[in-house]
Design a protein around this ligand. Structure first.
Ligand code: C5J
Length: 233
């Protein structure tokens, strides 16, 4: 790590505090894409109020900045499909009655299609060239992606997870990661949902039963743990 020679940080979390070796920890930012965050994208076509997700941007930005300062591995994910829709199951494309379907032309390009403006990550959290971007066709970051290989290559054992939406892609990724043996620490204010009650429940489900899927913390607690590691160095 660039600035911190004490590699272990203790994060205040629920159901209990957790110690992480920062050198074996990655920050995973889930799907902070214009398609979910901005009017005219996939999220809005499903009838959602996309302004509900904006609250996660600042907390994620502060953790991202601290992670960059300490040299932590940063991984961004994007949900989306190939232009020919060959990786989009009809069961996903055809369901419901959205105003536009996946692949239809919208104000930010074709809905949820790789390479289109709407598919890209919002400018506030835009990945650096040195950071990893995982393109995923599903909700989870492990399904049909190189995620496992990347984590193995960098010796990662712990994931700090944030992004949107809490109960869909964040929860799915945490569940996939938990089954693969990763410790997942979810940053509560760095997640958001179109449904506030699903956000609350999504976090409760992770930390219930002694942390059945992982731990839940706040951006402030992550920053504090990183700062303390630095001052102990
Ligand atoms: C959804 C996601 N909600 N990133 N995707 O379809 O949570």
């Amino acid at each position: 790590m660039a600035n911190s020679s004490d590699p272990v940080g203790k994060i205040v979390a629920e159901p209990e505090p957790i110690e992480l070796d920062w050198t074996k920890t990655a920050l995973v930012i889930i799907d902070m894409q214009r398609d979910f965050m901005e009017p005219g994208g996939f999220g809005e076509t499903l009838g959602n109020d996309v302004s509900r997700l904006a609250r996660a941007v600042k907390p994620i930005g502060s953790v991202l900045s601290a992670a960059r300062d300490t040299g932590m591995l940063v991984i961004h994910t994007r949900e989306g499909h190939l232009p020919d829709l060959s990786d989009a199951p009809p069961a996903k494309v055809e369901r419901g009655a959205p105003s536009l379907r996946i692949g239809d032309p919208g104000p930010m390009g074709r809905i949820l299609i790789r390479g289109e403006a709407g598919h890209d990550i919002i400018p506030e959290l835009y990945p650096l060239d040195s950071e990893i971007v995982i393109d995923k066709p599903g909700k989870g970051a492990f399904y049909a992606t190189e995620m496992s290989d990347v984590l193995q290559k960098y010796g990662i054992e712990n994931l700090l997870v944030c992004g949107v939406t809490t109960e869909v892609c964040v929860n799915t990724t945490v569940r996939e990661a938990n089954d693969r043996g990763y410790r997942c620490v979810v940053i509560s204010d760095g997640c958001a949902s179109y449904f506030p009650e699903f956000h609350e429940m999504g976090l409760k489900m992770i930390k219930a039963q002694g942390g059945i899927f992982g731990w839940v913390t706040s951006s402030a607690a992550v920053l504090e743990a990183l700062e303390t590691s630095k001052t102990l160095a």
